[in-house]
Design a protein around this ligand. Structure first.
Ligand SMILES: NC(=O)c1ccc[n+]([C@@H]2O[C@H](COP(=O)([O-])OP(=O)(O)OC[C@H]3O[C@@H](n4cnc5c(N)ncnc54)[C@H](O)[C@@H]3O)[C@@H](O)[C@H]2O)c1
Length: 385
């Protein structure tokens, strides 16, 4: 072995080898995870600052024909279960071993349903070392005793790494077919890191804008799923477009008010980015949360969300019902339920305490909140955080 190769291996073993190229792993392989891998893989091949290979951690499943999903992806370059018919890119390598999938990467993209993120972080805790950057595409949050915890904070706290977010009006199947859409990268630290993520995701059909408001961007992506459930009820009750638009407007208002109460630094302008109003519109017109909530309302609330999710989504996960419960617990804990009548009504309909048509009666509990959130509360919240 030559002296220089020996030295390079030694440096690597000592952690001193600084690879000038970045290596990306996508943690998650559902519909959006697979589309994210496709976007990144096409750019990794073109950009000299990235290694070609993009690893994708796959939660292993056995398909009805007896084959493992990972093997099928690596053989056909398609995710037959979650994104059939779409080629991911020859440089996407599916890996069922989480620790192995992340071990060489210095850019981690987290994109699983939010209920699995706590377990994933626990498994990776202490195993990520060096200068690693993360981005979360996960919509949802963790509710702990001490209050809500955004997924980007969970990743940062558990793994000790910086975490940006990418949210937006992004229904996975449409982007998979390369139809034009926009997204927002939220960042809290260095703009350079945000620009690197923008570069990694941007394509002529996927336009990404960085915004210095990580909490605002993430809360938009999380809370809009509750609004989508509300508009699904409206559709299931055949209430029409005016009602649906009203619910979307009120929902957006509650999203903004709650985000600003929880994080006073959240910017108004964030709600006009793709992650804000545009995501509310697309999710309330076309997303899976709306679709399943419509079926729930059409059954008069008699079929459970669990049953409908299993029947209609075929392994995909519904996020809005869980987020509605988590937000309800937060509002209840802080004594804010009356200020967020739409959010609290959605949860109560989901658990059968109210009927689907109560979605338009919630106005009886007059909202006490002004468009910018009550000043006295904002002050007391900021002193609590
Ligand atoms: N699908 C979309 O259009 C879309 C768009 C934007 C954001 N998102 C967000 O992206 C995230 C991922 O959603 P998705 O659409 O890629 O997933 P999905 O709902 O299509 O698929 C579910 C995924 O969860 C995995 N899974 C099942 N059990 C698991 C376990 N115990 N541990 C870990 N993983 C498990 C499955 O293998 C599968 O990859 C969610 O937060 C979602 O809100 C989705």
């Amino acid at each position: 072995m030559s002296h220089s190769l020996q030295k390079s291996r030694q440096d690597h073993a000592n952690g001193e080898c600084r690879d000038p190229k970045s290596r990306v792993t996508v943690v998650g392989s559902g519909s959006w995870g697979s589309v994210a891998a496709k976007l990144i893989a096409s750019n990794a091949l073109k950009l000299p600052s990235f290694h070609d290979e993009v690893r994708m951690w796959v939660f292993e499943e056995v398909l009805p024909n007896g084959e493992k999903l990972t093997n099928v992806i690596n053989k056909t370059n398609e995710n037959a279960k979650y994104l059939p018919g779409i080629t991911l890119g020859r440089n996407v390598v599916a890996d069922p071993d989480l620790e192995n999938a992340v071990k060489e990467a210095n850019m981690l993209v987290f994109v699983t349903p939010h209920q699995f993120m706590d377990g994933i972080c626990k498994q990776l805790k202490g195993k990520i070392s060096g200068e690693v950057e993360a981005i979360s595409l996960v919509k949802g949050m963790e509710v702990k005793k001490e209050g809500p915890c955004l997924i980007s904070s969970l990743i940062s706290k558990e793994l000790g790494i910086n975490c940006c977010v990418l949210m937006g009006a992004n229904i996975a199947n449409e982007i998979a077919m390369e139809k034009f859409s926009e997204a927002t990268v939220g960042y809290g630290g260095s703009r350079d890191i945000a620009e690197k993520w923008v570069q990694l995701f941007s394509t002529p059909y996927f336009m990404v804008t960085p915004v210095h408001d990580v909490e605002g961007v993430e809360l938009c992506g999380t809370l809009k799923n509750i609004v989508a459930i509300a508009t699904g009820f409206v559709d299931g009750l055949d209430m029409g477009n005016n009602t649906k638009a009203a619910i979307m407007r009120i929902g957006l208002r509650e999203m903004k008010a709650l985000s600003k109460l929880l994080f006073p630094s959240v910017k108004d302008s964030t709600f006009f980015e793709s992650c804000g109003v545009a995501d509310v519109i697309t999710t309330c017109l076309g997303g899976r949360n709306r679709r399943v909530a419509e079926a729930f309302a059409r059954s008069g609330g008699k079929r459970s969300f669990d049953e409908l999710e299993a029947e209609m989504l075929k392994g995909q996960k519904l996020q809005g019902v869980l987020t509605a419960r988590e937000v309800y617990e937060t509002l209840d804990h802080r004594g804010w339920l009356e200020m967020f009548p739409l959010f609290s009504t959605v949860h109560q309909i989901c658990i059968g305490r109210l009927k689907p048509d109560d979605i338009v009666h919630y106005r009886d509990h007059k909202s006490l909140i002004s468009i910018d959130g009550p000043i006295h509360l904002r002050k007391s919240i900021s002193s609590m955080m």
